[in-house]
Design a protein around this ligand. Structure first.
Ligand SMILES: Cc1cc2nc3c(=O)[nH]c(=O)nc-3n(C[C@H](O)[C@H](O)[C@H](O)COP(=O)(O)OP(=O)(O)OC[C@H]3O[C@@H](n4cnc5c(N)ncnc54)[C@H](O)[C@@H]3O)c2cc1C
Length: 378
């Protein structure tokens, strides 16, 4: 029998599969997507349609409209489409094998300037066996033991242990569809609330139009400068103001028919809105090298931030904390009352990391495998 079955070959799933396989254990990874070559920069990558999924729709704010929410699918998950930005300042320093390069003051997960998705860094050259195109519908429970998975196509795979790494939206939805943890799973989902100030670069600007050209940390905010905001450069540039220590919490749930019902409740903490509005005012006061497009008038920043937060932003999708450690899972990622079932991805962060989440997710997955080894599970 297969020893470990990992659901999802994204950032965490790639680390978990590669590390478990390195111990000699038999590992299968069920991944809903495929294995096409990812694009290099953020917007090239988002143009590779089979790598991107924008469903289920979500509400970003209480009472807001349902809007698309982008996630990466296929081997590497989010790391095959994201900005590859890495913050070196925490939240914890754990060993990892993700290659990093510095370009000016930006650190990215690249090798010779090319994106390295986490599957390529951890899983591709391991003995872990990916089953592609397998969307998992639920985990199979026999008494109090998890014994495998059932896919949407009706196929079943059994294993001694199952690790759910379907991301901070996918993991709670999968557990809830399986009838597991409605009192704790899905509660407290977070994201980094962010708004983009768009402007038209001045004609004759000879700046090379890079997707992300600068990143700086200003107290609770991260300010990202984009010289273009899509794969094709139409002269539009942007500054993203992102709140890294939000106090707002939302919920991932399913309705009676099993349909996803997701609300991030961004800005439900007034402090979050005020801190973002302060950041917007500061960026506008410092001035931008171009003509502003649809930005707030002085004094209107708070209302503008609220209305922008309701809509999907094109580049900040950092969901975490929907199966929080200490609330939904224990220190090994186990769910109360179900043996042989673990959750191990960005959903288990107790609070959203106050930095870009990919590297912390890699480190979290490394840390969990170390804990399983110490606990004699591997
Ligand atoms: C556009 C974009 C830009 C970003 N930019 C950055 C950045 O610059 N820096 C940074 O640090 N972070 C960035 N992030 C966030 C980062 O990518 C995520 O924090 C990270 O991917 C989370 O890892 P994860 O393992 O929890 O989930 P994911 O990497 O999303 O992996 C989940 C995997 O599970 C699979 N899956 C889901 N449901 C199922 C199912 N039912 N059956 C089978 N498979 C399933 C998915 O296909 C996916 O492969 C960005 C994210 C996006 C979307």
């Amino acid at each position: 029998m297969i020893e470990w079955l990992v659901v999802g070959a994204g950032v965490a799933g790639s680390v978990i599969a590669g590390r478990l396989a390195a111990t000699g254990a038999s590992v299968i990874v069920a991944e809903q997507g495929g294995d096409s070559t990812p694009g290099n920069d953020l917007f090239e990558a988002l143009d590779v349609t089979e790598r991107v999924r924008s469903t289920p729709l979500v509400r970003r704010v209480d009472g807001g409209p349902l809007v698309p929410y982008t996630a990466g699918v296929g081997l590497g998950g989010g790391s095959a489409i994201n900005g590859s930005l890495v913050s070196l300042s925490g939240p914890f320093a754990h060993d990892h094998s993700l290659p990093l390069e510095t370009d000016g003051q930006i650190v990215r997960a690249t090798h010779n300037g090319q994106r390295i998705d986490v599957w390529s860094a951890y899983g591709r050259h391991s003995s872990a066996n990916p089953l592609l195109g397998r969307e998992v519908d639920r985990v199979l429970i026999d008494g109090s033991r998890c014994v495998g998975i059932r896919c949407v196509d009706g196929s079943e795979v059994t294993a001694r242990r199952v690790v759910v790494c379907a991301g901070a939206l996918g993991s709670p939805l999968l557990l809830l569809r399986s009838g597991i943890g409605p009192a704790t799973v899905g509660h407290g989902v977070q994201d980094h609330p962010a708004v983009m100030i768009r402007y038209r670069r001045r004609a004759g600007s000879d700046r090379a139009a890079r997707a992300i050209s600068a990143v700086e940390r200003c107290g609770p905010l991260q300010i990202m400068r984009l010289d273009r905001v899509s794969a094709i450069d139409d002269g539009t540039a942007g500054v993203i103001v992102m709140l890294m220590r939000p106090q707002s919490f939302g919920r991932v749930a399913i309705d009676a028919a099993g349909v996803a019902d997701i609300n991030f409740s961004l800005g439900s903490s007034e402090r979050d809105v005020l801190e973002l509005a302060d950041g917007v005012s500061a960026v506008l006061a410092a001035g931008l090298d171009g003509d502003l497009m649809a930005t707030p008038s002085p004094g209107e920043e708070v209302a503008w931030v609220r209305s922008e937060l309701a809509m999907s932003t094109p580049v900040v999708m950092h969901p975490t904390s929907s199966c929080a450690m200490g609330r939904a899972v224990d220190r090994l990622g186990r769910l109360d009352g179900v043996d042989n079932l673990f959750v191990a991805d960005a959903s288990v962060f107790p609070r959203i990391p106050s930095v870009n989440p990919m590297l912390p997710t890699v480190q979290l997955a490394e840390n969990l495998v170390d804990r399983w080894i110490s606990a004699g599970l591997v």
